[in-house]
Design a protein around this ligand. Structure first.
Ligand SMILES: Cc1cc2nc3c(=O)[nH]c(=O)nc-3n(C[C@H](O)[C@H](O)[C@H](O)COP(=O)(O)O)c2cc1C
Length: 183
């Protein structure tokens, strides 16, 4: 099985990127085959439903998604949703990249009130592409991070470990069932 961690923040000192890297470390440590996609290094054009799909920056990003069996989306919460870059990634890639994949979420927010914010994208991935969404996600606000930007909350660190374990467990366990969706 191949796994992909997608870091969606376009901010240099991003907290969701810190957590995405920890997830990558955990998966690598467990011996899993894991790839990395950081949208700050792979800027995509805005989806226009047409010409943007032909942009040369789209292909390499789509290929990373296509190759993955299980995907973690690590994203900032903006306006009670994942940031626009995360949604744009899905719009710019679509069915053949996402169908029948297992997807987990890591969210960095400013406060505790936006807890349900990843569910809009999760619903769309389920309904549009028959993704299986890991029903335990990681949600943090600024209180979990030290002044130097590192994660200092042991509970969240453990939850990140568990999400990585769930990603492997769900992806391996459902691989036969999801084959038909993958086409
Ligand atoms: C435009 C904008 C909108 C935001 N909206 C929310 C929000 O709805 N709920 C919330 O808890 N935090 C919100 N925040 C705070 C961010 O989620 C927070 O700064 C988070 O750490 C960003 O993720 P990152 O560190 O990975 O870039 C917003 C920040 C910005 C810049």
């Amino acid at each position: 099985m191949r796994y992909l961690i997608v870091s969606c923040s376009l901010r240099e000192n991003s907290r969701s990127r810190v957590m995405a890297k920890l997830t990558r470390d955990d998966l690598e440590e467990s011996g899993a085959e894991v790839d990395w996609l950081d949208l700050i290094e792979h800027p995509l054009p805005f989806c226009d439903g047409g010409a943007a799909y032909g942009d040369s920056r789209v292909g390499p990003v789509a290929e990373k998604l296509r190759r993955a069996d299980g995907i973690i989306i690590a994203a900032p919460i903006y306006n009670y949703d994942v940031n626009a870059a995360a949604k744009n990634l899905v719009e710019m890639t679509g069915r053949d990249c996402w169908s029948g994949k297992v997807v987990g979420f890591i969210a960095a927010a400013g406060g505790s009130a936006s807890y349900m914010s990843v569910l809009s994208l999760a619903n769309s991935l389920m309904v549009d592409f028959r993704c299986v969404i890991i029903p335990r996600f990681v949600y943090t606000d600024g209180a979990s991070f030290a002044a130097d930007g590192q994660l200092e909350d042991a509970g969240i660190r453990e939850r990140i470990r568990r999400l990585g374990g769930d990603l492997i467990g769900f992806t391996e366990g459902l691989s036969e069932a999801l084959k038909a969706e993958r086409g």
